[in-house]
Design a protein around this ligand. Sequence first.
Ligand SMILES: Nc1nc2c(ncn2[C@@H]2O[C@H](COP(=O)(O)OP(=O)(O)OP(=O)(O)O)[C@@H](O)[C@H]2O)c(=O)[nH]1
Length: 198
Amino acid sequence: MDQIYENIQCNAARVNDEDVRLMLWDTAGQEEFDAITKAYYRGAQACVLVFSTTDRESFEAISSWREKVEMEVGDIPTVLVQNKIDLLDDTLIKTEEAEGLAKKLKLRFYRASVKEDLNVNEVFKYLAEKYLQRLKQQTAEDPVVHTSSNKIGVFNTSSGNQPNQNCSDLNGREVINLRPNKQRTKKNKIPFGSCRLL
Ligand SMILES: Nc1nc2c(ncn2[C@@H]2O[C@H](COP(=O)(O)OP(=O)(O)OP(=O)(O)O)[C@@H](O)[C@H]2O)c(=O)[nH]1
């Protein structure tokens, strides 16, 4: 990839009766863009670390990516994904290695194929669930700083004109847009102000 980030996509999921809108940022893997890509995943609320079945380097870069993300946004729901499992016959990563890495990093591990649409939704559903779980935990611990509604609006970019304005989804259900988190995470008391998945 020769861009800083490839694309931003929005996706919606219904998790435990909550509407969750996901905004996905696919960042550049190259180190020369590190300083810039950081700005894109700052404030992220969940992370997908993906390596390719046919790209050993992408596998070897995972630990370093985990560290970079942790340094920037702290401990957010994260999964490890091995993509392109439709090409398992040409794999450059042994099963034990991939599973070992997931274990070492204490991450849930998915094998997926974007091409064949295998396990893709599962990844995002899991992250949305984890996110909601943590949000509810936070709300219980510190109800003052969170909305009292049990509908969860998850999504925003920092550039919207009215970032806190709520809206309705296609089914007329209310979707609450939470304000983006401008604080840095280490001392962050409101870690779920916005949602961007990498
Ligand atoms: N066979 C197969 N090919 C895939 C799969 N997912 C993506 N690809 C192909 O892999 C290539 C790279 O896909 P990208 O989406 O650009 O992946 P990336 O991680 O951004 O890779 P870079 O562009 O190298 O940074 C494209 O040609 C895709 O069509 C998959 O699950 N199986």
